[in-house]
Design a protein around this ligand. Structure first.
Ligand SMILES: [Zn+2]
Length: 338
């Protein structure tokens, strides 16, 4: 990760943290929140690396060249602990248990910093901590050892224990405007690609970049357009379900074997997640615009139904039926076309 500068929308939080670091008044625990792809991980990763870096830039970003930076990168590639003084607890399974918190956070909190600076610990996504894990962590939050800082990253902070939230200083990252998103993405792709990627990534630049790297941009934008057609009544739910009940490789007339690997498989689950995202966006819109309680409740029902459909698909796959059911759930609420 070559870091040139801090993305403009993250600058206010960045400057606050850097000033607190220089003045030795960093909080012991912070909770970083915001929608998926807004740059929570970017911010925390750049900051913890910058603190450990031997020759940071004027802005406090890591140099990428010093032993600390090199060590961090090589550790990340090995998917081990990220750095002697940076512990990054992230877990692919659904929950972070009490054992994970004891081994990877509490035990490490008591160690002295190897490089004599700070010990920095990150839990991501923090909402995956079980109740027992959260309670174990609470004790550390009450009496934090000196020269340590704990970062909790979460896009669903409402699922954290209230006692955890209240012991952390909270930073809700501000959403970038499209201009800021485009400017940041320009470092990685052409302006046209950035435009498409930003659309596919729901306006979130880091999510847009990830989708571009995973080759998902065109697929998602076509999928969304098709979903729009259904919501506007120009395409039937059945037609939608039959169109999207195919793997990306099939839809492009390619085989999945051979040396040229087609784009990463876009699972049926991800398609259902996108439909859930759609319902969430609609709920946010209705709440912001102070739509009637009845309309908000109808969309909440659709959201709940979509969650059920997703769970059903995960246990007994019946993709075409489920896609159609998901469509019916969305159209049943006059989503997007009212
Ligand atoms: Zn460095």
């Amino acid at each position: 990760m070559a870091v040139q500068q801090v993305p403009t929308w993250l600058e206010p939080v960045w400057e606050q943290w850097r000033a607190a670091y220089r003045e030795g008044r960093l909080p012991h625990a912070v909770l970083v929140t915001g929608p998926s792809g807004i740059g929570k991980r970017w911010l925390v990763e750049a900051f913890v690396r910058g603190v450990q870096c031997h020759a940071p830039t004027a802005q406090g970003l890591p140099c990428d060249e010093c032993p600390s930076c090199k060590q961090y990168v090589s550790y990340r590639q090995l998917e081990k602990k990220s750095h002697p003084d940076i512990d990054w607890l992230t877990i692919a399974r659904y929950s972070i248990g009490i054992g994970d918190i004891r081994d990877q956070i509490i035990r490490r909190l008591t160690l002295k910093a190897n490089y004599g600076r700070m010990r920095l610990l990150v839990i991501e996504p923090a909402e995956r901590m079980t109740r027992a894990a959260s309670n174990a962590l609470l004790k550390s939050l009450e009496e934090p050892p000196p020269d340590t800082m704990l970062f909790l990253i979460s896009h669903q902070p409402g699922r954290l224990l209230a006692t955890i939230r209240s012991r952390c200083q909270r930073y809700a990252l501000p959403e970038p405007n499209p201009e800021q998103g485009r400017a940041w993405l320009a470092g990685f792709m052409t302006p046209e690609q950035a435009e498409d990627a930003l659309k596919a990534g729901d306006g979130m630049p880091m999510r847009a970049l990830k989708m571009q790297q995973d080759n998902q941009v065109d697929f998602r934008n076509t999928f969304e357009q098709s979903l729009c057609d259904v919501l506007e009544g120009t395409q039937s739910e059945t037609a939608f379900a039959s169109t999207w009940n195919v793997t990306p490789a099939q839809s492009k007339g390619k085989t999945r074997s051979g040396s040229e690997e087609p784009q990463e498989e876009i699972s049926m689950d991800l398609r259902l997640v996108w439909m859930i995202d759609r319902a969430v966006a609609e709920i946010r819109k209705k709440v912001t615009e102070k739509d009637s309680m009845q309309n908000v409740r109808a969309t909440l029902n659709a959201y709940q139904e979509l969650l059920d459909i997703r769970a059903r698909e995960a246990s007994i796959p019946a993709s075409q039926l489920n896609l159609e059911a998901a469509c019916l759930a969305l159209t049943g609420t006059s989503l997007g076309v009212d």
